[in-house]
Each structure stands twice: as structure tokens, then as C-alpha cells.
Design a binder for this molecule. Structure first.
Ligand code: MG
Length: 358
């Protein structure tokens, strides 16, 4: 296999939800803003940079946030707006590459190796994309440029907000060595604690471990850790796959506890399912939301409607109602899924569509 060096950009909007709220409401500009519910059991979904100076960040309980920053203004989330901004930035990405992999509403990996836009460098591509985003949405983004996804994601965090950073192929290994493992994307607090217990604090510590020892200690993830300790990550940028079934689920890279983030993911999956419904003409009556918890226990919540789901809004409403019955979560959520079933006679998927889903 040829070893073509990839060019990957990780684009990440700055304090996304909070920035959108400050953009749309001038009274919020320059003030510490938390998107989320300020109620007793609420958590902060996103914090403006002003709020971050007080230590307010996402997933912090709202009561703690208010204690740390009495001036804090809580704003309820407006997902419709965030989703429409997300569509705008995706349209910009599409001018530069077809290989776009969304990680969240406000972040995506882009593979620009093919250089459709004929830019001299990936660095310049990232600059142009950020300028276009600012021009069209009035919002700033940061970017990381590197030869793989792992490093591009690390790089985008280096010059936030409104900056960009590159890690070149000859710099990758040294960059990872200097980094605390807790900062690795995909290494959550639990894995970081296990690494610390094994005496692994930094990428350099991780690199001293033999592949077999890592496999023994960390199972399937051992191989992955062996590679990233050397700045290696061969995962391809996986563009939006076409939805081929009535169910959609995602395992998160890190467990989620923030209700706003969990709801956003559930809505994204409902959209996948709805896209499939539109393509196939299928109209189901039962909506099921599945949750897999951090301890691998599983819960499902179902609702059968009086009539088949015939609009995206109804699917959103039903999915949100179901997920909200387990929010706020009492433990981390590793996976959520949305499925539609109970197809009305005459409204089941067309046979040709079913053939596609094998
Ligand atoms: Mg962001």
C-alpha cells in the first residue's frame, strides 16, 4: 500500500452555542454566558469565553457555575439555530472537499489531500475556510492541520479561539511525547486514571510500552495507544454515510453526561432516520430510543403514536420526549440510538430500498 501523506484539517467552532447566542443578542456580548438550564439539576452545555475566565465550562452543574460566577447569564439552548449554522459551515466545507466527517454540530474532520480547490497548502485552505465561516455566519472557528485525525484534533485546540496550528509529519511523534495522556482525544477520565495507575502520564511514558504489554493492559485499545504514542493514526476521514435503515446509533468517543449534548446527538440520529424515511417512503408508528450506559447496562424507551410519523418535527418531538425521561443522566452515556418501527401497511419500506440495506 502506498504511504501517501494525508492532509487533514479539524475545524472547531469557538464556544459554539454561546457564540451563537452572543451573535444574536447584543446584550449578551462581553458578558459571561452559559447555554443550558439554570435550574437546580441543570448543567452548563456551553460557556462563553467570558464565563470560562471564572472556571465555568460545559458539564459543570449550574448551581456550581452560579456560585463561581454570580453574573452568569443562563440562556436556554436553541438547537434549530445551531443546526442551521452547522448546515452553513458544512456547505462551506463542501467547496473544498467531499471527505467531511462531522464529530458534532460544530466540529468536523476534512480530508483535503485531493485538493479540489487547488490551494497551495492545507494551511492556507484552513485559513480560507475560517475566513469564509466568519464572513457567512459571523462566528469564529479554530483549525488544526496535520497528517492524521488524531493530531489534527489536538492541533485545533492549540490556538483557540480564532486561531490555527499545524503539526507536520516530522513533528508528530515529538508533539505526542510532550502531551499528558489525559489530553488525548478518546482518552476519557477513566482511561486516563488507569494509565496514571500504570505510571503513564505523558505520550513519552506511553511510548516506552511494548505493543503486547499495552494489549494486555488495555485490551483492544492497546494497538491504538501503541500507534498514537508514535503519532500514527491510519483512520480515514469517513464522510456522511448514506443512511440505509430505520435505526441509527452512535457510540461516543467519550461518555456524555451533559443533557444538552445528549439531546443534540439524539436529534442528529432522528434526522438520519428521517432521511431514510423520506428516501424509502416508509412511515413507522413506534419510536424507540436506546441508551447504553458507561457501565454497559442498557435502557430502552418506546412510544407508539396514534398515527405513523409523517414529519421530521414529530420524530424530533417523540425522540426528545423519550430521551428526556432519563435526563439528567445518573451515569455516563456511551451510546444512544433512535429506531422507527411498526410500519403501516402500504407505508413499509419499498423493496428496492430494503435490498440496499443488507
Ligand atoms: Mg467547538
Amino acid at each position: 500500500m502506498s504511504e501517501q501523506v494525508r492532509k487533514i484539517i479539524h475545524v472547531d467552532m469557538d464556544a459554539f452555542y454561546a457564540s451563537v447566542e452572543q451573535r444574536d443578542n447584543p446584550e449578551l456580548r462581553g458578558r459571561p454566558v452559559a447555554v443550558g438550564h439554570g435550574a437546580r439539576r441543570g448543567v452548563v452545555a456551553a460557556a462563553s469565553y467570558e464565563a470560562r475566565q471564572f472556571g465555568v465550562r460545559s458539564a459543570l452543574p449550574s448551581v456550581t457555575a452560579m456560585r463561581q460566577c454570580p453574573e452568569l447569564v443562563f440562556v436556554p439552548p436553541r438547537f434549530d439555530v445551531y443546526r442551521s449554522v452547522s448546515r452553513q459551515i458544512h456547505a462551506i466545507f463542501a467547496e473544498f472537499t467531499t471527505l467531511i466527517e462531522p464529530l458534532a454540530l460544530d466540529e468536523a474532520y476534512l480530508d483535503v489531500t485531493a485538493n479540489r480547490a487547488e490551494m497551495p497548502t492545507a494551511w492556507l485552505t484552513a485559513k480560507v475556510i475560517r475566513a469564509r465561516i466568519l464572513e457567512e455566519t459571523g462566528l469564529t472557528a479554530s483549525a488544526g492541520v496535520s497528517y492524521n485525525k488524531f493530531l489534527a484534533k489536538l492541533a485545533s485546540g492549540q490556538r483557540k479561539p480564532n486561531g490555527q496550528f499545524a503539526i507536520r509529519p516530522e513533528e508528530g511523534a515529538a508533539f505526542v511525547e510532550a502531551l499528558p495522556v489525559a489530553k488525548f482525544h478518546g482518552v476519557g477520565p477513566a482511561t486516563a486514571a488507569r494509565m496514571h495507575a500504570a505510571g503513564i502520564q505523558t505520550g513519552a511514558d506511553l511510548k516506552t510500552w511494548a505493543r503486547a504489554d499495552l494489549q494486555h493492559r488495555f485490551g483492544k485499545s492497546g494497538d491504538w495507544f501503541y500507534g498514537i504514542a508514535r503519532g500514527r493514526d491510519l483512520r480515514a476521514v469517513n464522510p456522511n454515510r448514506e443512511r440505509k435503515s430505520s435505526g441509527s446509533e452512535t457510540t461516543f468517543e467519550e461518555d456524555l453526561i451533559d443533557p444538552v449534548q445528549i439531546e443534540a446527538r439524539v436529534l442528529a440520529m432522528a434526522d438520519d432516520v428521517w432521511a431514510w424515511c423520506e428516501k424509502t417512503g416508509a412511515r413507522g408508528r413506534t419510536v424507540t430510543v436506546k441508551i447504553k450506559w458507561a457501565d454497559f447496562q442498557q435502557s430502552t424507551r418506546s412510544q407508539s403514536l396514534a398515527r405513523p410519523v409523517d414529519s421530521q418535527a414529530i420524530l424530533h418531538q417523540a425522540s426528545l420526549g423519550l430521551i428526556r425521561s432519563v435526563l439528567p443522566p445518573t451515569k455516563g452515556v456511551r451510546l444512544v440510538g433512535v429506531t422507527l418501527s411498526n410500519f403501516r401497511a402500504g407505508a413499509e419500506p419499498r423493496p428496492e430500498a430494503l435490498a440496499l440495506s443488507s
